[in-house]
Design a protein around this ligand. Structure first.
Ligand SMILES: [Fe+2]
Ligand SMILES: [Fe+2]
Length: 166
């Protein structure tokens, strides 16, 4: 999601934008694996940008969901509890994997990646996890976001904006 967060966008619009960004960084990661294998001179620059996304934006998105969305979704739809608990567990799993991937990205950024095959495997696993995760979110709780009372949706949006001002 862009840091400016257009005012006319709803909480759901912003979440969708975060997921689109996640999808494009998944593709970017896969292209980077190829770029590294081919010695593409653009690899260091794109590795730095992917590392920045994984360190800054992705953990904030997980916080948006666990802290701002989940309690309000449970209030309108208690039956979502098991799926939301599983998705929160996946957030921890995703965040746990990021330092290893970011260490490889940092190495690519300075042209010193020693284990390209391991990087390819780390990327494949992370990307599969991310794609499956957002697919589950979009089909289970996304349809319920607009049933959250309007003032609560405004609070979600404000909390998301606040996280990006930190
Ligand atoms: Fe999530
Ligand atoms: Fe998400």
């Amino acid at each position: 999601m862009s840091p400016e967060m257009p005012l006319e966008d709803s909480a759901l619009d912003l979440l969708r934008a975060c997921h689109q960004k996640m999808r494009s960084f998944c593709v970017g990661c896969e292209k980077l694996v190829t770029a590294v294998a081919e010695g593409d001179p653009r690899a260091p620059g794109s590795a730095a940008s992917v590392a920045r996304y994984f360190r800054e934006a992705l953990p904030r998105h997980a916080e948006d969901e666990d802290e701002s969305l989940t309690p309000r979704l449970l209030a309108v739809r208690p039956a979502l509890a098991p799926v939301l608990a599983e998705l929160e567990r996946e957030h921890h799993e995703i965040v746990r994997r990021l330092p290893v991937v970011c260490a490889s990205l940092d190495a690519i950024a300075v042209g010193q990646l020693e284990a390209p095959r391991e990087f390819a495997r780390e990327v494949a696993e992370l990307v599969a996890l991310l794609r499956n995760h957002i697919e589950v979110e979009e089909t289970t709780w996304f349809p319920w976001v607009d049933t959250i009372p309007a003032d609560e949706r405004t609070s979600i949006r404000e909390e998301m904006a606040e996280r990006r001002r930190r």
